[in-house]
Ligand binder design. Structure first.
Ligand code: NAD
Ligand code: DAU
Length: 328
């Protein structure tokens, strides 16, 4: 298949590209923002075409879509704290960008998979076993999640109004190699590696449902292959952990005192808990996560960051300076 992967130089997209080049012809379209890097694609540089460009550039997008059999749309601004500080790029990349992709796949009749987030559903109470399903109403809390929700709505409207062949997936929190050091798990690991104390927002009671990036991408492939056009699939690995437990586990795995972290200012509007019910993905598409031992996944991720300081090192000081300014 000739695949166009938007955002393929970011965390999840780069891992997706690494796993796709053996069997497919891959073009990556990425604006190489602060979150994207050529280095993340270095292991497959000879096997792909990397086009540096913006998903809001209609002319470029239309040309690349016309040359593809399918588009996997990862490109987005993704960090909640950045969206709180400056929402404008999120509106542009996430909403206008998705609109631009939709118009191009409509014109050329190309299959689209749109990658989205569980944050579109808002949050769940801490003291409940309820989980998000396909039927959960959208209720986004943050500038980031509201732009992702808007993008999802555009995809649904283009499916119904124009018969665009698109699927959507809403996944929970990913972790693994090449995740930007602004995000919780890599930030915590690289804080320890650089002699900084990890930071916990608020009390740390907030719960996230963790999934290894390779399991997310395997699910995206199952959906691309056998998903039903117009459907939404929720992706999650049934691995809920509160942030306090995650930070203490990482510290312990890195040989530190589990309480060697700072409590910092809480995130505004901080979502309490996310949890995905992935049953339809098991039953209908035969997908199941392979990385089911979270501590083992964290250990491997710690090893990866230890071995790849050349990739994340240049980003670290800038990120921490921005956090410091925000009191986080
Ligand atoms: P990331 O921030 O690591 O990477 C995003 C990539 O998109 C970067 O390479 C960036 O350069 C590129 N990009 C941003 N704006 C662009 C634009 N206007 N034009 C072209 N390229 C642009 O993000 P990620 O964590 O890999 O997330 C990828 C996708 O998966 C996003 O759509 C995100 O909403 C979704 N998602 C992420 C998670 C998670 O836990 N990280 C979970 C569920 C869904
Ligand atoms: O749920 C899917 C979403 O997961 C994706 O759509 C987003 O793109 C992705 O960034 C992620 O969003 P979160 O806000 O959940 O991830 P983040 O890594 O920023 O934070 C995870 C939790 O850890 C959250 O409750 C905030 C907290 N946190 C974060 C940082 C950076 C801390 O306690 N300390 C920190 O230093």
């Amino acid at each position: 298949m000739r695949l166009l992967v938007t955002g393929g130089a970011g965390f999840i997209g780069a891992n997706f590209v690494h796993g796709s080049v053996r069997d497919h012809e891959v073009t990556v379209l990425d604006a190489l923002t602060y979150a994207g890097s050529r280095e993340a694609l270095a292991p497959v540089a000879g096997d792909i075409r990397l086009v540096e460009g913006d998903v809001t550039d209609a002319e470029l997008v239309t040309k690349l879509v016309a040359e593809a059999d399918a588009v996997v749309h990862f490109a987005a601004e993704t960090h909640v704290d950045n969206a709180l500080a400056d929402p404008e790029p999120f509106l542009r990349s996430n909403v206008v960008g998705t609109f631009t992709i939709l118009e191009a796949v409509r014109r050329h009749g190309v299959r689209l998979h749109h990658v989205s987030t569980d944050e579109v559903y808002g949050d769940l109470e801490l003291d409940t076993r309820r989980r998000f399903t396909e039927e959960t109403p959208y209720n986004p809390s943050s500038p980031y999640s509201s732009t992702k929700a808007a993008a999802d709505m555009l995809v649904r409207a283009w499916v119904r109004s124009y018969g665009v062949r698109a699927t959507i997936s809403n996944c929970s929190n990913n972790y693994g190699p090449y995740q930007h050091v602004e995000k919780f798990i890599p930030r915590t690991i690289t804080n320890v590696l650089t002699g900084r104390r990890p930071k916990l927002y608020g009390s740390g009671a907030n719960v996230r449902d963790w999934i290894h990036v390779d399991d997310h991408n395997a699910a995206v492939w199952r959906i691309l292959a056998d998903g039903q056009a117009g459907r939404t699939y929720l992706i999650g690995a049934e691995c809920e952990r509160d942030n306090l437990t995650v930070i203490r586990t990482i510290l312990t795995l890195m040989g530190r005192d589990p309480d060697d972290f700072d409590h910092v200012t809480d995130r505004a509007g901080h979502d309490l808990r996310y949890a995905i019910d992935p049953t339809p993905l098991y039953d209908e598409l035969g997908w199941a996560p392979k990385h089911t031992d979270f501590d083992e996944g964290l250990r491997a991720t710690i090893d990866w960051y230890r071995d790849n300081e050349s990739w994340w090192g240049p980003l670290k000081d800038v990120v921490e300076a921005a956090y410091e300014e925000r009191g986080q």
